[in-house]
Design a protein. Sequence first.
Length: 159
Amino acid sequence: MLLDVSGPPLAVKKTISALQGMVGVKEAIEEESDARSTRIFIALEKPRICGSVEDGAIACLDCPFNSTEIPARWRFATRKTSDVGEIIARLGEGGIQARVQDITPLDKNVALTQKEKGIIAVAIERGYFEFPRRITLEGLGRLVGVEPALLGKILRSVE
């Protein structure tokens, strides 16, 4: 995360110190200053939701951090329905209340094309489905040779 903070130098220093002490903040570093503002780089810890599921064999279909719904909605795919209970328990241990709204089996008759399989493989390898994303849709599009708008459509249809 990148912030521009303006104010007297002492107030900016206090802000940096306060940020460094916040839960979820790994580090806050003063990057550059000018007469009007100071740029602060903030490195965040991995969100609890991501940490709760990183050992599980799941793939996020919708990130709860991008949800516009309250409470946030999270869709993911897992190999076994028993994994869902384990994930809910891990979230609870991390202080996150979650409940299962729906479990739907994947349609095994839907087959991916070779191109879709290749795109998904590159997207997973490059961290497109991670939070935070390690690659943008534009960057992924350059790698696989597909325009971002079409790539977004392909990724949504594959989900």
